[in-house]
Design a protein around this ligand. Structure first.
Ligand code: DGJ
Length: 543
Protein backbone atom coordinates (compact mmCIF):
# COMPACT_ATOMS: atom_id res chain seq x y z
CA UNK A 1 0.00 0.00 0.00
CA UNK A 2 1.39 3.32 -1.06
CA UNK A 3 -0.01 6.61 0.15
CA UNK A 4 -0.74 8.84 -2.80
CA UNK A 5 -0.13 12.55 -2.36
CA UNK A 6 -3.17 13.70 -4.33
CA UNK A 7 -2.36 17.44 -4.61
CA UNK A 8 -5.51 18.32 -6.63
CA UNK A 9 -8.76 18.85 -4.75
CA UNK A 10 -12.23 20.18 -5.47
CA UNK A 11 -14.53 21.13 -2.60
CA UNK A 12 -11.99 19.66 -0.23
CA UNK A 13 -12.10 16.23 -1.89
CA UNK A 14 -9.38 14.55 -3.95
CA UNK A 15 -9.76 15.27 -7.66
CA UNK A 16 -8.23 13.54 -10.67
CA UNK A 17 -7.73 16.12 -13.44
CA UNK A 18 -8.16 14.55 -16.86
CA UNK A 19 -8.22 16.44 -20.10
CA UNK A 20 -6.10 18.38 -22.48
CA UNK A 21 -3.81 21.33 -22.82
CA UNK A 22 -4.77 24.10 -25.23
CA UNK A 23 -2.41 25.17 -27.96
CA UNK A 24 -0.03 27.99 -27.10
CA UNK A 25 -2.09 30.83 -28.58
CA UNK A 26 -5.53 29.67 -27.45
CA UNK A 27 -5.60 31.64 -24.20
CA UNK A 28 -5.54 35.11 -25.78
CA UNK A 29 -9.31 35.42 -25.99
CA UNK A 30 -12.57 33.55 -25.55
CA UNK A 31 -12.99 32.78 -29.23
CA UNK A 32 -9.56 31.17 -29.49
CA UNK A 33 -10.21 29.13 -26.35
CA UNK A 34 -13.64 27.86 -27.40
CA UNK A 35 -12.44 24.87 -29.41
CA UNK A 36 -10.21 23.72 -26.55
CA UNK A 37 -13.17 23.70 -24.14
CA UNK A 38 -15.27 21.78 -26.65
CA UNK A 39 -12.52 19.24 -27.23
CA UNK A 40 -12.11 18.53 -23.51
CA UNK A 41 -15.84 17.89 -23.27
CA UNK A 42 -15.61 15.44 -26.17
CA UNK A 43 -12.92 13.52 -24.28
CA UNK A 44 -15.25 13.37 -21.27
CA UNK A 45 -12.45 15.25 -19.52
CA UNK A 46 -12.93 17.47 -16.51
CA UNK A 47 -10.02 19.93 -16.86
CA UNK A 48 -8.55 22.27 -19.45
CA UNK A 49 -4.98 23.49 -19.10
CA UNK A 50 -4.55 26.85 -20.79
CA UNK A 51 -1.95 29.63 -20.76
CA UNK A 52 -2.11 33.08 -19.21
CA UNK A 53 0.48 35.35 -20.78
CA UNK A 54 2.60 37.83 -18.88
CA UNK A 55 2.79 40.01 -22.00
CA UNK A 56 -1.01 40.14 -22.18
CA UNK A 57 -1.94 40.73 -18.56
CA UNK A 58 0.76 43.36 -17.94
CA UNK A 59 1.19 45.20 -21.24
CA UNK A 60 2.62 48.22 -19.40
CA UNK A 61 4.60 47.83 -16.22
CA UNK A 62 2.27 47.82 -13.24
CA UNK A 63 -0.90 48.05 -15.37
CA UNK A 64 -2.87 44.86 -15.41
CA UNK A 65 -5.59 43.68 -17.73
CA UNK A 66 -7.32 40.47 -16.72
CA UNK A 67 -10.00 40.41 -19.42
CA UNK A 68 -8.56 37.18 -20.85
CA UNK A 69 -8.73 35.54 -17.41
CA UNK A 70 -12.35 36.66 -17.00
CA UNK A 71 -13.15 35.05 -20.34
CA UNK A 72 -11.59 31.77 -19.24
CA UNK A 73 -13.52 31.78 -15.97
CA UNK A 74 -16.75 32.43 -17.82
CA UNK A 75 -16.12 29.63 -20.34
CA UNK A 76 -15.13 27.22 -17.58
CA UNK A 77 -18.42 27.94 -15.85
CA UNK A 78 -20.37 27.48 -19.10
CA UNK A 79 -18.69 24.16 -19.87
CA UNK A 80 -18.59 22.91 -16.29
CA UNK A 81 -14.84 22.34 -16.51
CA UNK A 82 -11.96 22.99 -14.16
CA UNK A 83 -8.91 24.95 -15.25
CA UNK A 84 -5.18 24.69 -14.76
CA UNK A 85 -3.65 28.03 -15.70
CA UNK A 86 -0.17 27.99 -17.18
CA UNK A 87 1.84 31.07 -16.27
CA UNK A 88 3.91 31.92 -19.34
CA UNK A 89 6.31 34.32 -17.65
CA UNK A 90 10.10 34.44 -17.54
CA UNK A 91 10.42 31.11 -19.37
CA UNK A 92 8.52 29.37 -22.14
CA UNK A 93 10.31 26.34 -23.62
CA UNK A 94 13.70 27.65 -22.58
CA UNK A 95 13.29 31.18 -23.92
CA UNK A 96 11.50 34.47 -23.15
CA UNK A 97 8.82 34.74 -25.83
CA UNK A 98 6.00 35.63 -23.45
CA UNK A 99 7.74 38.39 -21.50
CA UNK A 100 6.09 41.78 -22.09
CA UNK A 101 7.63 44.17 -24.61
CA UNK A 102 8.83 46.44 -21.79
CA UNK A 103 10.91 43.51 -20.51
CA UNK A 104 12.13 42.27 -23.87
CA UNK A 105 13.28 45.68 -25.01
CA UNK A 106 15.18 46.61 -21.88
CA UNK A 107 18.09 44.14 -21.60
CA UNK A 108 20.06 46.58 -19.45
CA UNK A 109 17.47 46.20 -16.70
CA UNK A 110 16.14 42.71 -17.50
CA UNK A 111 19.35 40.88 -18.13
CA UNK A 112 19.59 38.11 -20.64
CA UNK A 113 21.64 34.95 -20.43
CA UNK A 114 25.16 35.45 -21.79
CA UNK A 115 26.45 32.41 -23.63
CA UNK A 116 30.01 31.05 -23.45
CA UNK A 117 30.80 33.00 -26.63
CA UNK A 118 29.72 36.24 -24.84
CA UNK A 119 26.53 36.62 -26.88
CA UNK A 120 23.34 37.58 -25.12
CA UNK A 121 20.65 35.11 -26.04
CA UNK A 122 16.83 35.16 -26.10
CA UNK A 123 16.52 33.90 -22.54
CA UNK A 124 16.08 35.93 -19.38
CA UNK A 125 18.70 35.36 -16.72
CA UNK A 126 17.60 33.71 -13.48
CA UNK A 127 20.39 35.73 -11.82
CA UNK A 128 18.70 39.06 -12.52
CA UNK A 129 16.87 40.41 -9.48
CA UNK A 130 14.87 42.94 -11.53
CA UNK A 131 13.40 40.21 -13.74
CA UNK A 132 12.61 38.03 -10.75
CA UNK A 133 10.82 40.88 -8.99
CA UNK A 134 8.87 41.82 -12.13
CA UNK A 135 7.73 38.23 -12.78
CA UNK A 136 6.86 37.71 -9.15
CA UNK A 137 4.83 40.88 -8.93
CA UNK A 138 2.84 39.96 -12.09
CA UNK A 139 2.24 36.43 -10.85
CA UNK A 140 1.12 37.70 -7.45
CA UNK A 141 -1.25 40.15 -9.17
CA UNK A 142 -2.70 37.20 -11.10
CA UNK A 143 -3.10 35.16 -7.91
CA UNK A 144 -4.77 38.07 -6.15
CA UNK A 145 -7.15 38.49 -9.07
CA UNK A 146 -7.98 34.80 -9.09
CA UNK A 147 -8.64 34.73 -5.38
CA UNK A 148 -11.09 37.60 -5.72
CA UNK A 149 -12.77 36.61 -8.96
CA UNK A 150 -12.71 32.83 -9.20
CA UNK A 151 -15.74 32.59 -6.99
CA UNK A 152 -16.75 29.17 -8.34
CA UNK A 153 -13.27 27.74 -7.77
CA UNK A 154 -12.69 26.76 -11.37
CA UNK A 155 -8.92 27.01 -11.01
CA UNK A 156 -7.49 23.86 -9.49
CA UNK A 157 -3.78 24.56 -9.99
CA UNK A 158 -1.22 26.95 -11.44
CA UNK A 159 1.78 25.95 -13.49
CA UNK A 160 4.58 28.45 -12.92
CA UNK A 161 6.54 29.16 -16.12
CA UNK A 162 6.63 26.63 -18.94
CA UNK A 163 9.47 24.19 -19.48
CA UNK A 164 11.93 26.57 -17.82
CA UNK A 165 15.63 26.50 -18.57
CA UNK A 166 18.12 27.91 -21.04
CA UNK A 167 18.06 26.96 -24.71
CA UNK A 168 21.22 28.16 -26.40
CA UNK A 169 23.76 27.80 -23.61
CA UNK A 170 24.59 25.30 -20.91
CA UNK A 171 24.59 28.12 -18.34
CA UNK A 172 24.67 31.87 -17.93
CA UNK A 173 28.20 33.31 -18.31
CA UNK A 174 27.18 36.85 -17.32
CA UNK A 175 29.03 38.46 -14.39
CA UNK A 176 26.33 37.77 -11.73
CA UNK A 177 26.06 34.13 -12.77
CA UNK A 178 29.81 33.74 -13.04
CA UNK A 179 30.27 34.96 -9.46
CA UNK A 180 27.83 32.33 -8.22
CA UNK A 181 29.43 29.65 -10.36
CA UNK A 182 32.80 30.37 -8.79
CA UNK A 183 31.44 30.65 -5.25
CA UNK A 184 30.91 27.74 -2.89
CA UNK A 185 27.97 25.47 -3.57
CA UNK A 186 25.33 26.36 -0.95
CA UNK A 187 25.55 24.36 2.29
CA UNK A 188 21.83 23.47 2.11
CA UNK A 189 22.51 21.52 -1.07
CA UNK A 190 25.41 19.65 0.52
CA UNK A 191 23.25 18.78 3.51
CA UNK A 192 20.50 17.47 1.23
CA UNK A 193 22.92 15.36 -0.78
CA UNK A 194 24.35 13.82 2.35
CA UNK A 195 20.91 13.13 3.76
CA UNK A 196 19.88 11.45 0.52
CA UNK A 197 23.02 9.36 0.22
CA UNK A 198 21.88 8.14 -3.16
CA UNK A 199 20.46 9.40 -6.46
CA UNK A 200 21.70 11.12 -9.55
CA UNK A 201 22.96 14.37 -7.99
CA UNK A 202 24.61 12.51 -5.13
CA UNK A 203 26.30 10.20 -7.65
CA UNK A 204 27.61 13.13 -9.71
CA UNK A 205 29.06 14.63 -6.55
CA UNK A 206 30.70 11.33 -5.59
CA UNK A 207 32.01 10.79 -9.11
CA UNK A 208 33.68 14.23 -8.92
CA UNK A 209 35.45 13.26 -5.68
CA UNK A 210 32.77 13.94 -3.03
CA UNK A 211 34.48 17.12 -1.70
CA UNK A 212 32.96 18.64 1.43
CA UNK A 213 33.06 22.15 -0.03
CA UNK A 214 34.04 23.97 -3.17
CA UNK A 215 32.57 25.68 -6.19
CA UNK A 216 30.22 24.06 -8.72
CA UNK A 217 33.03 22.63 -10.84
CA UNK A 218 34.89 21.31 -7.82
CA UNK A 219 31.82 19.49 -6.57
CA UNK A 220 30.25 18.34 -9.82
CA UNK A 221 32.94 18.46 -12.48
CA UNK A 222 31.72 19.12 -16.02
CA UNK A 223 28.07 18.94 -14.93
CA UNK A 224 28.56 21.90 -12.57
CA UNK A 225 27.11 24.49 -14.96
CA UNK A 226 23.89 22.60 -15.50
CA UNK A 227 23.48 21.84 -11.81
CA UNK A 228 24.07 25.46 -10.82
CA UNK A 229 21.49 26.55 -13.39
CA UNK A 230 18.99 24.00 -12.07
CA UNK A 231 19.52 25.24 -8.52
CA UNK A 232 19.20 28.88 -9.59
CA UNK A 233 16.00 28.36 -11.64
CA UNK A 234 14.45 26.06 -9.02
CA UNK A 235 14.94 28.61 -6.25
CA UNK A 236 13.78 31.48 -8.52
CA UNK A 237 10.50 29.69 -9.26
CA UNK A 238 10.06 28.52 -5.70
CA UNK A 239 10.24 32.10 -4.45
CA UNK A 240 7.56 33.07 -6.97
CA UNK A 241 5.42 30.17 -5.74
CA UNK A 242 5.97 31.26 -2.14
CA UNK A 243 4.66 34.74 -2.94
CA UNK A 244 1.72 33.32 -4.91
CA UNK A 245 0.76 30.85 -2.19
CA UNK A 246 0.76 33.61 0.38
CA UNK A 247 -2.35 34.99 -1.34
CA UNK A 248 -4.30 31.91 -0.24
CA UNK A 249 -2.87 31.77 3.25
CA UNK A 250 -5.54 31.49 5.95
CA UNK A 251 -7.79 29.77 3.39
CA UNK A 252 -8.81 26.14 3.59
CA UNK A 253 -7.73 25.85 -0.05
CA UNK A 254 -4.00 25.76 -0.78
CA UNK A 255 -3.60 26.51 -4.50
CA UNK A 256 -1.37 23.76 -5.97
CA UNK A 257 1.59 25.06 -7.96
CA UNK A 258 3.83 23.00 -10.16
CA UNK A 259 6.72 23.14 -12.62
CA UNK A 260 6.66 21.26 -15.92
CA UNK A 261 9.68 19.74 -17.61
CA UNK A 262 11.06 19.41 -21.14
CA UNK A 263 12.61 15.99 -20.66
CA UNK A 264 16.31 15.42 -21.19
CA UNK A 265 16.11 12.01 -22.79
CA UNK A 266 15.70 13.15 -26.40
CA UNK A 267 18.26 13.74 -29.14
CA UNK A 268 21.92 14.14 -28.19
CA UNK A 269 21.07 14.84 -24.58
CA UNK A 270 23.18 17.96 -24.56
CA UNK A 271 21.95 20.55 -22.01
CA UNK A 272 21.08 23.87 -23.62
CA UNK A 273 20.83 22.22 -27.01
CA UNK A 274 18.69 19.06 -26.77
CA UNK A 275 16.69 20.46 -23.84
CA UNK A 276 16.67 23.67 -21.80
CA UNK A 277 19.61 23.54 -19.43
CA UNK A 278 18.63 23.90 -15.79
CA UNK A 279 15.13 22.46 -16.31
CA UNK A 280 14.12 19.68 -13.95
CA UNK A 281 15.36 16.80 -16.12
CA UNK A 282 15.85 13.50 -14.34
CA UNK A 283 19.58 14.18 -13.85
CA UNK A 284 18.90 17.24 -11.68
CA UNK A 285 15.43 16.37 -10.41
CA UNK A 286 16.76 15.87 -6.87
CA UNK A 287 17.81 19.52 -6.75
CA UNK A 288 14.30 20.58 -7.72
CA UNK A 289 12.69 18.27 -5.17
CA UNK A 290 15.02 19.49 -2.41
CA UNK A 291 14.96 23.22 -3.19
CA UNK A 292 11.32 23.95 -3.99
CA UNK A 293 9.35 23.65 -0.72
CA UNK A 294 6.52 25.79 -2.14
CA UNK A 295 6.11 23.71 -5.28
CA UNK A 296 3.69 20.77 -5.09
CA UNK A 297 4.79 18.84 -8.15
CA UNK A 298 7.53 18.55 -10.72
CA UNK A 299 5.66 17.31 -13.75
CA UNK A 300 7.16 15.73 -16.86
CA UNK A 301 5.87 16.55 -20.34
CA UNK A 302 6.00 13.03 -21.76
CA UNK A 303 6.10 12.98 -25.55
CA UNK A 304 8.06 9.71 -25.62
CA UNK A 305 6.09 7.08 -27.53
CA UNK A 306 8.05 3.85 -27.06
CA UNK A 307 6.96 1.98 -23.98
CA UNK A 308 10.45 1.59 -22.54
CA UNK A 309 11.25 5.29 -22.73
CA UNK A 310 7.76 6.24 -21.59
CA UNK A 311 7.96 4.03 -18.53
CA UNK A 312 11.44 5.28 -17.67
CA UNK A 313 10.07 8.83 -17.63
CA UNK A 314 7.19 7.79 -15.37
CA UNK A 315 9.59 5.97 -13.06
CA UNK A 316 11.84 9.04 -12.73
CA UNK A 317 9.06 11.41 -11.69
CA UNK A 318 6.92 9.05 -9.57
CA UNK A 319 8.84 9.38 -6.33
CA UNK A 320 8.13 9.28 -2.64
CA UNK A 321 8.49 13.07 -2.60
CA UNK A 322 6.76 13.70 -5.94
CA UNK A 323 3.54 12.29 -7.32
CA UNK A 324 3.44 11.71 -11.06
CA UNK A 325 1.32 14.26 -12.91
CA UNK A 326 1.50 14.39 -16.70
CA UNK A 327 0.46 17.88 -17.83
CA UNK A 328 1.45 17.29 -21.45
CA UNK A 329 1.73 14.16 -23.50
CA UNK A 330 1.71 13.36 -27.16
CA UNK A 331 -1.36 13.41 -29.35
CA UNK A 332 0.12 10.40 -31.16
CA UNK A 333 -1.33 6.89 -30.99
CA UNK A 334 1.05 5.40 -28.43
CA UNK A 335 -0.22 7.74 -25.74
CA UNK A 336 -3.59 6.00 -26.14
CA UNK A 337 -2.20 2.91 -24.45
CA UNK A 338 0.79 4.26 -22.51
CA UNK A 339 -1.42 6.38 -20.26
CA UNK A 340 -2.88 3.26 -18.68
CA UNK A 341 0.60 2.32 -17.49
CA UNK A 342 1.15 5.77 -15.97
CA UNK A 343 -2.14 5.47 -14.11
CA UNK A 344 -1.92 1.84 -12.98
CA UNK A 345 1.80 1.28 -12.49
CA UNK A 346 3.00 4.78 -11.52
CA UNK A 347 -0.13 6.10 -9.79
CA UNK A 348 -0.41 9.18 -12.00
CA UNK A 349 -2.66 11.69 -10.20
CA UNK A 350 -3.75 13.49 -13.37
CA UNK A 351 -3.21 13.37 -17.11
CA UNK A 352 -3.55 15.61 -20.14
CA UNK A 353 -2.36 15.70 -23.70
CA UNK A 354 -1.16 18.70 -25.67
CA UNK A 355 -3.03 20.52 -28.46
CA UNK A 356 -6.41 19.20 -27.43
CA UNK A 357 -8.08 21.25 -30.17
CA UNK A 358 -6.66 18.77 -32.63
CA UNK A 359 -9.42 16.35 -31.64
CA UNK A 360 -11.90 18.51 -33.54
CA UNK A 361 -11.69 18.70 -37.26
CA UNK A 362 -13.67 21.91 -37.54
CA UNK A 363 -14.66 25.07 -35.78
CA UNK A 364 -18.30 24.44 -34.94
CA UNK A 365 -20.72 25.49 -32.28
CA UNK A 366 -21.99 22.13 -31.03
CA UNK A 367 -19.57 19.35 -31.87
CA UNK A 368 -20.52 15.73 -31.49
CA UNK A 369 -18.61 12.50 -32.03
CA UNK A 370 -18.89 12.76 -35.80
CA UNK A 371 -16.46 15.69 -35.71
CA UNK A 372 -13.67 13.78 -34.00
CA UNK A 373 -10.63 13.60 -36.25
CA UNK A 374 -10.08 9.92 -37.11
CA UNK A 375 -6.39 10.00 -36.14
CA UNK A 376 -7.30 11.11 -32.61
CA UNK A 377 -10.18 8.69 -32.08
CA UNK A 378 -8.14 6.04 -30.27
CA UNK A 379 -6.75 8.63 -27.83
CA UNK A 380 -10.20 10.13 -27.27
CA UNK A 381 -11.60 6.69 -26.52
CA UNK A 382 -8.82 5.94 -24.06
CA UNK A 383 -9.49 9.19 -22.23
CA UNK A 384 -13.17 8.30 -22.06
CA UNK A 385 -12.28 4.97 -20.48
CA UNK A 386 -10.15 6.70 -17.86
CA UNK A 387 -12.89 9.27 -17.24
CA UNK A 388 -15.35 6.47 -16.52
CA UNK A 389 -12.94 4.94 -14.00
CA UNK A 390 -11.96 8.08 -12.03
CA UNK A 391 -13.82 7.11 -8.81
CA UNK A 392 -11.97 3.78 -8.88
CA UNK A 393 -8.64 5.53 -9.39
CA UNK A 394 -9.23 7.85 -6.47
CA UNK A 395 -10.06 4.89 -4.27
CA UNK A 396 -7.64 2.20 -5.40
CA UNK A 397 -4.46 3.78 -6.76
CA UNK A 398 -1.56 2.77 -4.57
CA UNK A 399 -3.24 -0.42 -3.31
CA UNK A 400 -1.85 -2.75 -6.00
CA UNK A 401 -5.40 -3.55 -7.12
CA UNK A 402 -5.25 -1.65 -10.42
CA UNK A 403 -3.69 -3.45 -13.38
CA UNK A 404 -2.89 -1.96 -16.77
CA UNK A 405 -3.80 -3.88 -19.87
CA UNK A 406 -1.56 -2.80 -22.72
CA UNK A 407 -1.20 -4.69 -25.96
CA UNK A 408 2.42 -4.38 -26.89
CA UNK A 409 3.28 -4.75 -30.56
CA UNK A 410 2.48 -8.26 -31.86
CA UNK A 411 1.06 -9.33 -28.51
CA UNK A 412 -1.89 -11.73 -28.68
CA UNK A 413 -2.77 -11.89 -25.01
CA UNK A 414 -1.60 -10.48 -21.69
CA UNK A 415 -1.36 -12.56 -18.54
CA UNK A 416 -2.58 -10.97 -15.31
CA UNK A 417 -1.57 -12.33 -11.94
CA UNK A 418 -4.59 -11.48 -9.79
CA UNK A 419 -5.57 -12.24 -6.22
CA UNK A 420 -6.94 -15.80 -6.40
CA UNK A 421 -7.48 -15.57 -10.14
CA UNK A 422 -5.54 -15.84 -13.33
CA UNK A 423 -6.54 -13.20 -15.82
CA UNK A 424 -6.00 -13.29 -19.54
CA UNK A 425 -6.64 -10.17 -21.56
CA UNK A 426 -7.07 -11.43 -25.07
CA UNK A 427 -6.60 -9.07 -27.98
CA UNK A 428 -8.17 -9.29 -31.40
CA UNK A 429 -11.78 -9.70 -32.41
CA UNK A 430 -14.57 -12.02 -31.35
CA UNK A 431 -18.17 -11.96 -30.27
CA UNK A 432 -19.37 -8.66 -28.86
CA UNK A 433 -23.07 -7.73 -28.92
CA UNK A 434 -25.66 -6.26 -31.24
CA UNK A 435 -24.41 -2.71 -30.60
CA UNK A 436 -20.97 -3.65 -31.84
CA UNK A 437 -22.09 -5.95 -34.63
CA UNK A 438 -19.69 -4.48 -37.16
CA UNK A 439 -16.72 -5.37 -34.99
CA UNK A 440 -17.85 -8.98 -34.59
CA UNK A 441 -15.91 -10.49 -37.45
CA UNK A 442 -12.79 -8.47 -37.10
CA UNK A 443 -10.04 -10.84 -36.13
CA UNK A 444 -7.26 -8.27 -36.15
CA UNK A 445 -7.73 -4.72 -34.98
CA UNK A 446 -6.60 -1.98 -37.36
CA UNK A 447 -2.83 -1.93 -37.42
CA UNK A 448 -2.32 0.90 -34.96
CA UNK A 449 -5.23 0.15 -32.67
CA UNK A 450 -4.19 -1.66 -29.53
CA UNK A 451 -6.07 -3.37 -26.77
CA UNK A 452 -5.76 -1.24 -23.66
CA UNK A 453 -7.46 -0.44 -20.40
CA UNK A 454 -7.58 -1.17 -16.70
CA UNK A 455 -8.62 -4.13 -14.58
CA UNK A 456 -9.41 -3.22 -10.98
CA UNK A 457 -9.80 -6.10 -8.58
CA UNK A 458 -11.47 -4.64 -5.53
CA UNK A 459 -11.88 -7.93 -3.64
CA UNK A 460 -11.12 -11.54 -4.38
CA UNK A 461 -14.24 -12.14 -6.48
CA UNK A 462 -15.03 -8.63 -7.66
CA UNK A 463 -13.61 -6.72 -10.61
CA UNK A 464 -14.19 -3.55 -12.59
CA UNK A 465 -12.91 -3.29 -16.15
CA UNK A 466 -12.58 -0.37 -18.57
CA UNK A 467 -10.86 -0.19 -21.91
CA UNK A 468 -11.14 -1.14 -25.53
CA UNK A 469 -10.25 -3.95 -27.88
CA UNK A 470 -9.69 -6.70 -25.38
CA UNK A 471 -11.71 -9.37 -23.63
CA UNK A 472 -10.90 -10.52 -20.13
CA UNK A 473 -10.99 -14.20 -19.22
CA UNK A 474 -10.85 -15.08 -15.53
CA UNK A 475 -10.25 -18.44 -13.93
CA UNK A 476 -9.53 -19.27 -10.32
CA UNK A 477 -6.03 -20.22 -9.31
CA UNK A 478 -6.42 -23.89 -8.44
CA UNK A 479 -4.07 -26.78 -7.84
CA UNK A 480 -3.33 -28.22 -11.27
CA UNK A 481 -5.27 -31.46 -10.77
CA UNK A 482 -8.44 -29.42 -10.09
CA UNK A 483 -7.71 -26.73 -12.63
CA UNK A 484 -7.72 -29.21 -15.49
CA UNK A 485 -11.32 -30.25 -14.77
CA UNK A 486 -12.58 -26.83 -15.78
CA UNK A 487 -12.87 -26.22 -19.45
CA UNK A 488 -11.47 -22.81 -20.27
CA UNK A 489 -11.07 -23.34 -23.96
CA UNK A 490 -9.09 -20.36 -25.07
CA UNK A 491 -8.88 -21.63 -28.61
CA UNK A 492 -12.67 -21.47 -28.87
CA UNK A 493 -12.84 -18.19 -26.99
CA UNK A 494 -15.39 -19.69 -24.65
CA UNK A 495 -15.71 -19.44 -20.89
CA UNK A 496 -19.07 -21.16 -20.56
CA UNK A 497 -18.05 -22.65 -17.28
CA UNK A 498 -16.73 -19.49 -15.71
CA UNK A 499 -18.61 -18.91 -12.48
CA UNK A 500 -20.02 -15.43 -12.97
CA UNK A 501 -22.44 -14.22 -10.35
CA UNK A 502 -23.04 -11.22 -12.54
CA UNK A 503 -21.56 -9.12 -15.31
CA UNK A 504 -22.96 -5.60 -15.56
CA UNK A 505 -22.18 -2.53 -17.59
CA UNK A 506 -22.59 0.75 -15.77
CA UNK A 507 -21.14 4.03 -14.65
CA UNK A 508 -20.21 5.80 -11.45
CA UNK A 509 -22.56 8.39 -10.08
CA UNK A 510 -20.31 10.23 -7.61
CA UNK A 511 -18.92 7.17 -5.79
CA UNK A 512 -21.66 4.61 -6.44
CA UNK A 513 -21.76 2.20 -9.32
CA UNK A 514 -25.01 2.47 -11.29
CA UNK A 515 -25.99 -0.52 -13.41
CA UNK A 516 -26.98 0.32 -16.97
CA UNK A 517 -27.23 -3.13 -18.55
CA UNK A 518 -26.78 -6.77 -17.59
CA UNK A 519 -24.77 -9.24 -19.69
CA UNK A 520 -25.34 -12.98 -19.67
CA UNK A 521 -25.34 -15.97 -22.01
CA UNK A 522 -23.78 -15.20 -25.37
CA UNK A 523 -22.68 -11.83 -24.02
CA UNK A 524 -20.51 -13.42 -21.33
CA UNK A 525 -19.56 -16.78 -22.89
CA UNK A 526 -16.83 -15.18 -24.95
CA UNK A 527 -15.05 -13.38 -22.15
CA UNK A 528 -15.77 -9.98 -20.69
CA UNK A 529 -15.12 -7.64 -23.57
CA UNK A 530 -14.76 -3.90 -23.28
CA UNK A 531 -15.14 -1.00 -25.66
CA UNK A 532 -14.93 2.68 -24.82
CA UNK A 533 -18.69 3.18 -25.23
CA UNK A 534 -19.79 0.58 -22.67
CA UNK A 535 -18.55 2.47 -19.62
CA UNK A 536 -17.37 0.39 -16.69
CA UNK A 537 -17.98 -3.38 -16.61
CA UNK A 538 -18.51 -4.88 -13.18
CA UNK A 539 -17.84 -8.58 -12.67
CA UNK A 540 -18.63 -10.67 -9.63
CA UNK A 541 -17.33 -14.24 -9.63
CA UNK A 542 -17.87 -17.10 -7.20
CA UNK A 543 -16.15 -20.38 -6.44
C1 DGJ B 1 5.96 21.55 -25.02
C2 DGJ B 1 5.54 22.92 -24.53
O1 DGJ B 1 5.45 22.92 -23.13
C3 DGJ B 1 4.23 23.36 -25.15
O2 DGJ B 1 3.92 24.65 -24.73
C4 DGJ B 1 4.32 23.27 -26.65
O3 DGJ B 1 5.24 24.20 -27.12
C5 DGJ B 1 4.68 21.87 -27.05
N1 DGJ B 1 5.94 21.49 -26.46
C6 DGJ B 1 4.77 21.74 -28.57
O4 DGJ B 1 4.97 20.45 -28.92
Amino acid sequence: MKTIKRVFTVNGKPFFPLGGQARNSSGYNALEAETAFQAVKLLHGNTLEIPVYWEQIEPEEGQFDFASVDALLESARRYGLKLVLLWFGTWKNGNMEYAPAWVKTNPQRFKRVISASRQDIWVLSSHCQATFEADRSAFVALCRYLKQNDTEHAIIALQIENEPGILGSDRDYGPEAQAIFEAHVPQELLIKMKEAGTGSVYNLWQAAGGLESGNWTALFGAEGGELMTAWSIATYIDRIAEAGKAIWQNETFDMPMYINVWLGEGGWRVPGESYPSGGAVSKVLDIYCWCTPHIDLIAPDIYIADSKGYEAACASYAREDNSLFVPESGPQGANAWNLFRAIADYNAIGYAFFAVEHVLGQDISTPDDSYIRPETRMLVESFRCVAAAIPLLLQYQGTGKIHAVVQEEAMGAQHLDLDGYIGMAQFGGGHLDWRHWQQRNITDPPSNERGRGLVVQISRHEFYVVGAKFRLFLRPKLPSEQALHISYAREHQLTRLAHYVLVDEGHFDEENFVIDRRRNGDETDFGVWVESDVGVVHIVMCD
